[in-house]
Structure formats: structure tokens, C-alpha cells
Design a protein. Structure first.
Length: 449
């Protein structure tokens, strides 16, 4: 059976064995008039006065009031451009409220990701933002001159926040709400934490204890300590107005949720919980998945692997394909590569013992490696086949899993999937393994009923 190639419609389709279960999210229709719905959400938000009224109140209190708008980086397909983009309606509202162009800052909430170049920014932000001459700047998590300590959470996180955001009179956050394998869901409070926190603030928020908690998983926010800590930090920083969207598999807007940071976010989470959960009545010997839009490097493709766990049998096999387009590094940062190599060398059990020991020095981005450790605790490292055209055998000397690109006859995504499945059959002597394909990659969550 042929399946549309998830990497690009222009590439040859994938070929899967007949009988493969194709698991997809429920159809979530795009808003028929997203542009109007964005405007309505700003005018009639959830648990808040309209954005215009909030902006005017800040100007009334201080005629020289400034505004900061947090935007996501290019690892999230947030619609910021064109007629259905959410950024320019916010900017126009601020201009209407009397904010000068030099009083509005667009701050890219990169978290611990690398800063975006002007070319990358122009690729995701509406051209009118540049034509207006608005300031667009990257968060710098390791620059102490641009960070402000705002307090401690009950768990002990030192909330160190981007000073430019803290100095703004009007604080606005934007983003996408989708399932998140640690925080339950993206969006909302995550624009602040981890979006604009300092590096030291990650030590508790992304610490191994919180990451290992059973409630730190997809679609769970109540009782999820990662969500709770993110929210606690965000409350210390403050947020005057939130604008979040939900998208379907075609990246079309299915909902706009604006207003109060908590109430609007909860409404969006309720929306995606129904849309992205896939009820399954069995688990599979082989699961084939892909990195999706977010899978620009090895670091980000952990998300699709963790999402696939819900469909994988204990000791099953995972086939991951992704197109690693991150010009700053197709694997990830030095910290990520270092801890990933440790996982590869030690195995998941010894790796987890190491990072939870009192002698371990916390490394930023070790949390993503801890997520890989969850996967390999379920299936074993050598049970994952990974294919990205940018990776070769030399890369896999320190990467976990098997390089599907090294299998005989592999010249692209199509051949990699076929070869990996055939290799599993050869290794296991299974003639008719139960196979499923997760067509939505990291965005859909299989749930055993």
C-alpha cells in the first residue's frame, strides 16, 4: 500500500505492507474564516478584557508604556504570516491604542534553542512587521545582561526572565497549542517558561526528577509537575494577554484562544485533547512514524518517538524518518550530543542512574535525552531504525539506534522504510508482524482503550 510521503508531497510515496494500520488524528476542520475568528478572539477573549482595552489601560497609566510580544521560533508552525496570521492583528491593535512603532518589541522566545537569523525570521513572520520597522530580537538565555531574577517557585526554581519582557508595560504571548511529551501541551505559559527563561532556570524545570514523573506526559496538565512549574514561573513573570491557536494536520487554524493565560490555554488544551488522541485496541510489533514539522534536527525528533510509545509493544520496533534541515546543527547542541552519547554508551538504566546521582552536573538539554531513554527502556536501542538523508554511519557511532540509511538499496525515505521493515522480519523471523503507521508523526497520541 502507498502512503503520501510525510516529508514532502513532491517525494515518492512510502510503501507499507498490505494490512498496515494507518493511525490518524480525527478530522479537525479549519475555521471557515480564520481571519475573522482571530479578530473576534482579540475583541472577545476568555477571562479578560479585549486586547484593545488592556492596551489602552496601560497607556492611560503611563503615556510612554511599551509592549513586548512573544513569538515562537521556527520549530513551531505558528501562523504569523498572511491574512490568517495572528501577529499583525495584535500589532495593529497596539498601534490603534497609541503605541508607537518604537514602543513595540517582538521577542523570539527561543528557550534554549539557538537564535534565529534575519532570513529565518522573514520566513516565519509577516513582511509588514519588517516594513513597519518594529524591533525583532532573540531571547538570549545565557546573557546575564539581558536577564532579571523575579523570584523563586515553591519547588526552588530561580525564575530568571528576559529583562526586555519584564521591562515592558504590556506583556503579550503567542503560540501554538499541541500535545507535548513533557508538559502535556505546548502554548500558554510555555512562551515564558521555557521560552524566555535564563539557562539556570532550567535546572529544576527540566530536572530529571520532574521529567521522570509519570504525569509528565502528553495531554496531561492536571497533576503534571512540568506544567505546574512552567505555570509557576510564568505567574512570577506575569502575562497581560495570551493569543494561542490550534491547527489541524494541514497547519490550518482550527481554533483561536485569547485572553487569560490559564483560562484561554485550558480551553485550547481541551480542544486538542479530543482532536489528537487516537484510540487503539492493540499494540504493534512495528511502528513507523516521522518527525513532522518540528523534526528539523535529531533533538526535536525525540517527540515523535515518545508519541509512538503508546502504540509500541514492549520490545517492539520503531522506524523513524525525518528531514533534518536545521542549518545550525542536524543533531543538536554540544550538550545534547554529549548526553546522547552517554545514553548510547551506558544504556537507559545506567544513564538514568547517572543523571539522578548527586555527583551529576546538570546539562541543559539533557531532558531530551532522558525522553529518548524512556523509549529505549521500552524497546531497546537497537530496535529503533532512524533515517535522515543528512546522517551517515559516522554519525551513528555516537547516536542511538540503527542507521536505516546503511541498509541495502536505501536511497531515500521510501526505500528506508521498506528496508527497515524487511530487516525486522529477517531478525525476528516474523512473517506477518503487526505494523502501524502514525501519519501525523509527533502530533497524534495513540491511547490503548
Amino acid at each position: 500500500m502507498e502512503i503520501q510521503n510525510p516529508v514532502s508531497r513532491n517525494l515518492p510515496p512510502l510503501v507499507l505492507p498490505e494490512g498496515t494500520a494507518v493511525l490518524s488524528m480525527k478530522e479537525d476542520r479549519a475555521l471557515p474564516d480564520a481571519e475573522t475568528e482571530v479578530r473576534k478572539a482579540l475583541e472577545h477573549p476568555i477571562g479578560s478584557d479585549s486586547l484593545l482595552d488592556v492596551a489602552l489601560s496601560k497607556k492611560k497609566a503611563n503615556a510612554r508604556a511599551t509592549a513586548c510580544i512573544l513569538v515562537s521560533d521556527n520549530t513551531r508552525p505558528v501562523p504569523y504570516k498572511g491574512g490568517t496570521g495572528i501577529l499583525m492583528p495584535i500589532v495593529r491593535t497596539l498601534l490603534q491604542a497609541g503605541y508607537g512603532k518604537d514602543e513595540i518589541l517582538v521577542l523570539v522566545a527561543t528557550g534554549m534553542h539557538k537564535p534565529m537569523s534575519e532570513g529565518e525570521l522573514r520566513a516565519i513572520l509577516d513582511e509588514e512587521v519588517f516594513n513597519l520597522g518594529l524591533r525583532i530580537e532573540n531571547h538570549e538565555p545565557s546573557n546575564p545582561d539581558l536577564l532579571t531574577f523575579v523570584g523563586k517557585t515553591s519547588r526552588g526554581t530561580r525564575a530568571v526572565i528576559d529583562s526586555r519582557y519584564m521591562k515592558a508595560d504590556l506583556k503579550i504571548a503567542t503560540g501554538l497549542v499541541e500535545s507535548h511529551f513533557m508538559a502535556g501541551a505546548s502554548g500558554g505559559r510555555k512562551a515564558i517558561c521555557p521560552g524566555i527563561i535564563g539557562e539556570e532556570s532550567t535546572y529544576v524545570f527540566h530536572g530529571p526528577e520532574l521529567m521522570a514523573h509519570p504525569m509528565a506526559t502528553d495531554l496531561v496538565i492536571d497533576g503534571n509537575p512540568v506544567h505546574e512549574e512552567s505555570l509557576a514561573v510564568a505567574k512570577l513573570a506575569g502575562m497581560d494577554f495570551l493569543v494561542n491557536v490550534t491547527l489541524n494536520g494541514n497547519f490550518e487554524i482550527t481554533g483561536v484562544f485569547a485572553g487569560d493565560m490559564e483560562l484561554a490555554h485550558r480551553a485550547a488544551v481541551a480542544k486538542i485533547r479530543d482532536a489528537v488522541s487516537i484510540d487503539i485496541d492493540r499494540k504493534y510489533d512495528i511502528v513507523v512514524t516521522h518527525g513532522g514539522y518540528v523534526g528539523i534536527n535529531h533533538y526535536q525528533t525525540a517527540k515523535c518517538a515518545v508519541a509512538a510509545m503508546g502504540a509500541l509493544k514492549k520490545g517492539g520496533y520503531l522506524v523513524v524518518i525525518s528531514d533534518l534541515k536545521d542549518r545550525k546543527g542536524i543533531v543538536g547542541s554540544p550538550n545534547y550530543r554529549t548526553t546522547l552519547a552517554l545514553l548510547h554508551l551506558l544504556g537507559p538504566e545506567r544513564f538514568l542512574d547517572l543523571i539522578t546521582s548527586k555527583d551529576w552536573t546538570f546539562l541543559p538539554e539533557q531532558w531530551q535525552v532522558q525522553q529518548w531513554a524512556k523509549v529505549f527502556s521500552l524497546i531497546g536501542e537497537d530496535h529503533m531504525y532512524y533515517y535522515a538523508p543528512q546522517l551517515g554511519d559516522e554519525d551513528f557511532s555516537l547516536l542511538p539506534g540503527r542507521n536505516a540509511g546503511s541498509l541495502q538499496g536505501v536511497t531515500g525515505f521510501r526505500e528506508a522504510v521498506c528496508a527497515a521493515i524487511e530487516d525486522v522480519k529477517r531478525r525476528t523471523n516474523m512473517q506477518n508482524p503487526a505494523i502501524c503507521y502514525l501519519s501525523d508523526g509527533p502530533y497524534a497520541i495513540p491511547v490503548l482503550i
